[in-house]
Design a protein around this ligand. Structure first.
Ligand code: HEC
Length: 115
């Protein structure tokens, strides 16, 4: 009888630790990085003006250092209204979607990682 109790106890512990939903909940989402998450969004939305390789001659945002330095100003400008002075993307008539701006914000919150 005692053996069965001990066995039940062990099995219960093993199952408790194997519960997949518990594991997923414990793993935090990976942090965003410039190379993995931000670069493509910038390439898609700030082109060509800020991408020298695409003929842009405004401040280059195809490099980590400039984006890291300017991230607050980039976010501020994307959140202006299209009719406001300084709004980015320049001359566009609509703001970028919240989900796009959210990538910039999450990257900042995650600590401005390069890779
Ligand atoms: C159609 C061209 C164009 C696009 C697209 C564009 N920009 Fe700009 N950007 C400009 C111009 C022109 C200026 C300089 C005038 C000004 O400062 O408002 C500028 C300036 C800036 C500055 C100030 C840079 C400095 O020298 O301090 C920031 C920040 C900026 N843009 C962010 C962005 C971001 C972020 C995107 C993409 C989401 C973007 N821009 C897309 C044309 C563009």
């Amino acid at each position: 009888m005692k053996k069965i109790l001990v066995l039940t106890f062990i099995v219960a512990i093993v199952f408790a630790n194997c519960n997949p939903s518990k594991k997923i909940a414990n793993v935090p989402p990976p942090k965003l990085t410039y190379e993995t998450n931000l670069q493509a969004v910038i390439m898609a939305n700030c082109v060509p003006c800020h991408i020298p390789a695409k003929g842009g001659f405004k401040k280059a945002y195809d490099n980590f250092t400039n984006v890291k330095t300017d991230i607050d100003e980039m976010i501020r400008r994307m959140e202006l209204n299209p009719t406001d002075r300084g709004f980015m993307p320049f001359k566009k008539t609509a703001k970028l979607s919240d989900s796009v701006v959210a990538v910039f914000k999450q990257w900042r919150a995650d600590g401005l990682l390069e890779k």
